[in-house]
Design a protein around this ligand. Structure first.
Ligand SMILES: *Cc1c(COP(=O)(O)O)cnc(C)c1O
Length: 414
């Protein structure tokens, strides 16, 4: 007989301290514990309200508990959850049609995260090169400061040594070049390279937009050498730059594009998009994952895509970006001892801290949180803003006021 649901197990009080007691300590979460949210508003266990300019690290682009998504998810939850890949399903087929119609791609592979999407892309590139050119063509070129996920393969491809330390031996045949350095790209991308992977806008690495000339040269070098060009749009894709995908704004088309984060607005899903020719490489049995493209995830992603991929929606992202950048530039002007300059694309913006605050981006984040503003950092020298794409002008003004209060406090304490 089934045990009765033990209500004390499902409802007993938990606090931030519980995290320190029972969770593997890979994260250092904020002191407050969020309990509910709506749009860009969020409340913690004490009932304190926050304005969320993180959207869960560029994930909840349509806001928390977006009613259209809640409705789509609830309907699907009452219809069909999961089957495994022995069966396909209607939502995933519709999602694949919509994504391929909206992009250069002919085919899609679905998984559960950005790391998995990149893992699939890199495996595809390896197998394609080995099949078409031979085993010698296996080198992967990536950029310093890049971030591609935390599996052993993707973390090794990523360009931040602090994330691989202690996990050696790492997969071999991976080289890193300086981001936006055309000469370095020319030197590194030779005939033994199977894949070049790049974020059109680096997110975790400090919010650094790629130069068009650099991305175009990567395209040229891949064409010349037969390497597969992979754009990691896990963070910068799905409308964040004001284009559905950032490559569309650059006019440089990759062979493979990876998406995750905002694709599911918080419901875990990742996607790898590619061409007909490359897709053939991953034949039956060569790759897969249990949950990839399950009906729940696919339904949410399809609904997200339908909302974001509208000209008026993307135009508003560009308009809101101008407003956000102006607000942040105003802060740099008024607080030069703390903030230096703004860089980024669309609604993914970073502010590089001034010399005196190098290494202390987290202090600024904490001061903002005390004022009721949630924001991100990107390394120790950059504060990062990735509000939901539905952010209003009034919310940007409010964030500005809260930031000023936070910066006044930091100035007074310094
Ligand atoms: C977040 C991120 C990833 C990893 O995504 P996960 O879903 O955390 O595995 C990969 N690439 C980029 C550019 C990211 O920002």
């Amino acid at each position: 007989m089934n045990a009765k649901l033990d209500s004390s197990v499902t409802t007993r009080p938990v606090t931030r301290q519980t995290f320190d007691d029972v969770i593997v300590p890979t994260y250092a979460p904020a002191a407050m514990v969020p309990v509910r949210a709506s749009g860009l508003d969020l409340w913690d266990q004490n009932g304190k309200q926050y304005l969320d300019f993180t959207s869960g690290i560029a994930v909840a682009s349509l806001g928390h508990c977006n009613p259209i998504l809640v409705d789509a998810l609830t309907k699907q939850a009452n219809t069909l959850w999961h089957l495994g890949n022995g069966y396909t399903n209607e939502p995933v087929l519709r999602l694949a049609l919509a994504l391929t119609e909206a992009t250069f791609a002919d085919r899609a592979f679905f998984c559960n995260s950005g790391a998995e999407a990149n893992e699939a892309a890199l495996k595809l590139a390896r197998k394609h090169a080995h099949t078409k050119f031979g085993e010698h063509k296996s080198r992967i070129v990536s950029c310093l400061s890049s971030f591609h996920g935390r599996t052993l393969f993707t973390v090794s491809v990523g360009g931040q040594a602090k994330y691989t330390e202690g996990f050696e031996p790492l997969p071999p045949a991976i080289n890193h070049i300086e981001y936006n350095n055309i000469e370095a790209a020319r030197a590194a991308i030779t005939d033994d390279v199977c894949a070049v992977i790049v974020e059109p806008v680096q997110g975790e690495g400090g919010v650094v937009p790629g130069n068009k000339e650099f991305l175009q040269e990567l395209r040229n070098l891949c064409d010349k050498t037969g390497a597969v060009l992979i754009f990691d749009e896990v963070q910068c894709g799905m409308g964040r730059t004001g284009h559905l995908f950032a490559y569309q704004g650059y006019g440089v088309t990759p062979d493979v594009l990876t998406s995750a984060k905002a694709l599911g607005n918080g419901y875990p899903i990742g996607a790898m998009l590619t061409t007909e020719e490359l897709a053939k490489t991953l034949n039956v049995g060569s790759h897969g994952t249990t949950y990839g493209g399950n009906p729940l995830a696919a339904t949410v992603a399809l609904t997200v895509l339908d909302i974001i991929n509208q000209p008026a929606f993307l135009a508003r992202v560009k308009e809101a970006s101008v407003k956000l950048v102006a607000m942040l530039e105003g802060l740099c002007k008024d607080y030069p001892e703390i903030l230096s300059f703004v860089r980024g694309s669309g609604l993914l913006q970073g502010v590089v801290v001034a010399d005196a605050w190098k290494g202390k981006s987290k202090d600024i984040q904490k001061a903002a949180e005390a004022q009721g503003l949630m924001m991100l950092i990107a390394g120790t020298d950059v504060v990062r803003f990735a509000p939901a794409l539905i952010v209003t002008d009034a919310q940007i003004d409010e964030a500005g006021r809260k930031l000023r209060a936070a910066l006044d406090g930091l100035k007074a304490a310094a």
